[in-house]
Ligand binder design. Structure first.
Ligand code: IMP
Ligand code: MG
Length: 179
């Protein structure tokens, strides 16, 4: 698929996204009020979402990043999720919230949950801007979801295609229609 040759359709404007993140930030701040919150953000796709989300939290939070990859230059998961940037510390006593751009097959989130479990946190939850439940390959329901979307390839606001378009401030879907 060459997305430059396809019609794009805006799914969520910058304003839609920021309004929803404001709500999520309020909810997470309330839920983690008396807990040691530790956000683990999955690079690269979630860097924009994470930056906006954490600025809507009014509670203390530690933030770190790990790098996951599974897509290469295609629009389908390769099925093999690799973790390349690591968390060195023990997570005992922390309530971990994994932040990612999107849950699609669920393979990435599952792999990261397994990886972090070994570091002994008090609990692990997940927060994603977008959820594409139709594509799930395993049972996984994210705890916090910005928007649930149909089975479309989406780009922008951190989400990439061929390592481009991450800087676009809104989320668009690539249609089947030629330009
Ligand atoms: P999963 O392992 O199939 O759930 O996919 C998770 C990862 O694939 C996400 O962290 C995204 O980086 C990427 N991904 C999944 N769907 C899309 C999409 O529609 N556009 C861009 N990236 C996607
Ligand atoms: Mg990703």
């Amino acid at each position: 698929m060459d997305i430059d040759k396809k019609v794009w359709e805006i799914l969520f404007s910058e304003e839609d996204i920021l309004n929803r993140i404001d709500e999520l930030g309020g909810q997470i701040s309330g839920d983690y009020k008396d807990k040691n919150l530790y956000i683990i953000s999955l690079l690269r796709g979630s860097f924009v979402f994470t930056a906006d989300l954490v600025r809507k939290l009014d509670i203390p939070v530690k933030i770190d990043f790990i790098v996951t990859s599974s897509y290469g230059y295609e629009t389908e998961t390769t099925g093999t999720v690799e973790i390349t940037g690591h968390i060195e510390e023990d997570l005992t006593g922390y309530h971990v919230l994994i932040v990612d751009d999107i849950v699609d097959s669920g393979l990435t989130m599952k792999k990261v949950i397994e990886y972090l479990k070994a570091k002994n946190p008090s609990d692990i939850k997940s927060c994603v801007l977008l959820d594409k439940p139709e594509r799930r390959q395993l049972k996984l329901v994210p705890d916090y979801v910005g928007f649930t979307i149909p089975n479309k390839f989406v780009v922008g606001y951190g989400l990439n295609y061929g390592d481009h378009y991450r800087n676009i401030p809104y989320v668009f879907a690539v249609t089947d229609e030629d330009r």
